[in-house]
Design a protein around this ligand. Structure first.
Ligand code: FPP
Length: 256
């Protein structure tokens, strides 16, 4: 029974893919995306896995444009998790070069679009060339007031919470934080997303129905949308499809 429901929930191919969207409807302020299926996309074409990541980078460009055109304010993309270091060395090296490659070709247009770029995740373990490209993009776009594009890179939801608790514990010890005053709002201030609203909609591609350690705190009330489409095949129309579904959902935040 549950399996049947989960399958129904996950598969959207029976729903028509809209070519256009009713823009007067409710648009999510923040869309978070787990970009999954690059490796399978490549395997199906007898290509190396990294070819899937390169194709996935093109989808990133397209989705940023679509989201921006619709008036979405924040897009957060899961580009590399704290667990992805376990992948073969070549693949990790390739993934670590993608931000540079993406920014070297796209930053100009993103700046013209007034997009602000941010990195969410632990900067400590990143190779210096990756970090340099990201910091430069953050600095060059820090005053932009349009869509905010967050790359979750070397990001783990549990790692983020551990780091937040560790900072809070140090401040409690130093007498800078009152343990009696801890609440959700205080904890939120210690996360990478301290100045970013929680996602309204989470999209995950490739048919996997799990969160994979992504934004565990922030997704508490987020609408979840799963599709079988592999990330490199994800298009403007699929994004519209997710938004249409979101527009049909009633968000009650635990109320009736
Ligand atoms: C998951 O697919 C994807 C990733 C771990 C990497 C995602 C990265 C991109 C889409 C490019 C990022 C672009 C920029 C600009 C940073 P998978 O490899 O796990 O696919 P599989 O499950 O089919 O093997």
């Amino acid at each position: 029974m549950l399996e049947h429901l989960a399958r129904k929930w996950a598969r959207k191919e029976t729903q028509p893919i809209p070519e256009e969207l009713d823009r007067s409807g409710k648009i999510p302020q923040h869309v978070a995306i787990i970009m999954d299926g690059n490796g399978r996309w490549a395997n199906m074409r007898n290509l190396p896995r990294v070819a899937g990541h390169r194709a996935g980078m093109k989808t990133v460009k397209e989705v940023v444009k679509v989201a921006d055109d619709l008036g979405v304010r924040y897009v957060t993309m899961y580009a590399f998790s704290t667990e992805n270091w376990k992948r073969p060395r070549d693949e990790v090296d390739f993934l670590m070069k993608l931000p540079q490659e993406f920014l070297s070709t796209e930053l100009k247009e993103l700046i013209e679009r007034n997009v602000r770029i941010r990195m969410l995740g632990s900067k400590d373990e990143l190779p210096s060339h990756t970090l340099k490209a990201l910091i430069e993009a953050e600095e060059r776009t820090q005053d932009n007031t349009g869509l905010q594009l967050n790359f979750a890179l070397n990001y783990g939801g549990r790692d983020e919470i551990v780091k937040a608790f560790s900072m809070m514990a140090s401040q409690v010890k130093a007498g800078e934080l009152d343990p009696e005053k801890l609440d959700e709002e205080v904890i939120s201030r210690y996360l990478y997303t301290s100045d970013i609203p929680d996602p309204d909609l989470l999209i995950r591609t490739s048919g996997e129905i799990r969160l994979s350690n992504f934004m565990l705190w922030q997704l508490a009330y987020t609408e979840l949308w799963f599709t079988d489409v592999l990330w490199p095949d994800f298009s403007r129309e699929h994004f519209y499809q997710a938004i249409v579904e979101y527009q049909g959902r009633a968000r009650r935040y635990g109320a009736v």
